[in-house]
Write a protein that binds this ligand. Structure first.
Ligand code: MG
Length: 203
């Protein structure tokens, strides 16, 4: 790691082992096409993926509406009052994201795209070498993100999915089902997994 800010020190849900695996496949994928992550939160995954990007001109496009998922809302399990914007009456992780990306010296490399990921994916036209799906985990949104973005991953490129829990007792099923759908499509094959991260390669 060349940056000053340890990704594990910022708010987030990715384990160090998952972060390192993401960085490794993003490093391979950057020779193939553009890099995109869906679900930014406060920037932890972006810091892992872009850890060696400073001064290189390499970009990571980081897509998030920055309003949090269901489980992050007030009264829910993963609510964090530090990301609550009282004036907006809503979660706003964008200030945290910007601060962390700036402190890591990656403002030129990590490009925030603020809005609905599926909508942005439908108008995206650049081939991808690496796609990380870690957005909202309802079946509707997880599937919409997959359908809008996975088709942009080109041959040899990578599709990484977070929060894949084969056993429903461990967590919600939509990311697992999206993962199964990708493999059953015949277009992707598993190449790596650690903790709840699965990485597939476009055949
Ligand atoms: Mg996640």
């Amino acid at each position: 790691m060349t940056q000053q800010l340890d990704p594990a020190s910022v708010k987030g849900f990715l384990s160090p082992a998952e972060g390192q695996m993401l960085a490794s496949y993003a490093g391979e994928g950057r020779g193939i096409g553009a890099l995109v992550e869906i679900g930014a939160w406060c920037g932890r995954s972006a810091l892992y993926i872009a850890h060696d990007f400073a001064g290189t001109g390499q970009l990571l496009f980081s897509v998030d509406h920055h309003r949090g998922s269901e489980e992050n809302q007030p009264e829910w399990e993963w609510f964090d009052p530090e990301v609550w914007d009282r004036q907006a009456g809503a979660i706003d992780t964008l200030p945290h994201f910007r601060r962390n990306i700036r402190q890591a010296g990656l403002e030129s490399n990590v490009i925030a795209m603020v809005g609905d990921a599926a909508g942005i994916g439908l108008t995206w036209r650049t081939p991808l070498g690496f796609l990380f799906l870690d957005g909202n985990h309802t079946m509707t949104t997880a599937l919409a993100d997959y359908q809008a973005w996975a088709g942009h991953v080109v041959k040899g490129g990578f599709l990484a999915i977070h929060d894949v829990f084969p056993d429903p007792a461990d967590g919600g099923r939509p990311p697992f089902e999206v993962c199964q759908r990708a493999e059953k499509s015949g277009l992707f094959a598993g190449v790596g997994e650690v903790d709840s991260l699965v990485v597939l390669q476009r055949l």
